[in-house]
Design a protein around this ligand. Structure first.
Ligand SMILES: Cc1cc2nc3c(=O)[nH]c(=O)nc-3n(C[C@H](O)[C@H](O)[C@H](O)COP(=O)(O)OP(=O)(O)OC[C@H]3O[C@@H](n4cnc5c(N)ncnc54)[C@H](O)[C@@H]3O)c2cc1C
Length: 224
């Protein structure tokens, strides 16, 4: 969660904005920022030496705990951010595992530099654009088959997450989804980011705070 301080002397925008840790380089944290509104614009315009208040890491992230052999990361738009760091992290934790990244955007103009992505992740992501202006044409979940994948991780717009979830549940593939909820406090206090969840064992439904109990949930926990 990050907030910048304006020349006005108070935090602008007032509420922090959630961001993924996209890279850790020489003790620094790297972010991938897509400009939506005032908060992301201010972050993208920071200069070296500017101050920001950073709170984190917060919440529950992706978990490679079950030693999967083949991991598929499905990234929609700026949902790419966590999958910049994850392939290197996975290679360190699970040297024998294969990690693949599917990355979809609306069009070529929105696609993060493929060369830079290869340099940062150490792998070639399979790029999709909805209009076919770069990479494969269509939605990233078009024709997606999970086959011999042991674990699928997804981050991106909710319709994409829902499609990945359905495919994973149908094929019995372990699946974790990072939900895109607006967040305010990041500490579970404001109850601004609740998502409906279900306990897969008992069937009990309850609301969870995405900022501390998420944003990553297992597919079976989300009753979509
Ligand atoms: C867990 C998590 C991790 C994230 N990681 C990143 C990241 O690494 N890089 C990045 O660029 N963005 C990331 N986002 C999205 C980012 O938080 C929003 O883009 C940001 O809050 C927008 O703030 P703003 O002040 O620029 O825009 P605002 O003025 O607050 O909003 C501008 C427009 O964007 C929409 N919007 C705002 N927040 C979101 C959101 N979370 N999801 C969908 N639409 C939204 C608003 O409805 C509005 O239409 C993440 C979001 C979550 C929940």
């Amino acid at each position: 969660m990050m907030v910048g301080y304006g020349s006005e002397g108070y935090a602008v925008p007032f509420l922090p904005r959630p961001n993924s840790v996209a890279a850790t380089i020489d003790g620094s944290v790297g972010l991938l920022i897509r400009i939506f509104g005032e908060g992301s614009r201010r972050l993208a315009q920071l200069d070296a030496g500017d101050s920001v208040l950073l709170l984190g890491p917060l919440g529950v992230g992706f978990d490679l705990g079950q030693a999967p052999r083949k991991v598929l990361c499905v990234a929609g738009g700026v949902g790419l951010a966590p999958f910049i760091l994850l392939p290197r992290w996975a290679r360190e934790a699970l040297p024998d595992a294969e990690v693949h990244v599917l990355y979809g955007e609306r069009d070529a103009a929105a696609v993060f530099d493929a060369g830079k992505l290869r340099e940062l992740t150490g792998i070639d992501a399979e790029i999709w654009t909805e209009d076919g202006s770069l990479g494969r044409k269509g939605r990233i979940t078009d024709g997606l088959e999970l086959g011999d994948i042991d674990l699928v991780l997804a981050c991106g717009p909710t319709p994409m997450l829902k499609a990945v979830r359905e495919l994973a549940l149908d094929s019995g593939t372990a699946c974790q989804l990072a939900v895109e909820e607006h967040m305010a406090c990041g500490m579970g206090t404001c109850i601004g980011c609740i998502v409906e969840t279900v306990d897969p064992t008992t069937g009990e439904q309850r609301y969870a705070r995405a900022c501390i109990e998420g944003p990553v949930f297992r597919a079976e926990q989300l009753p979509w």
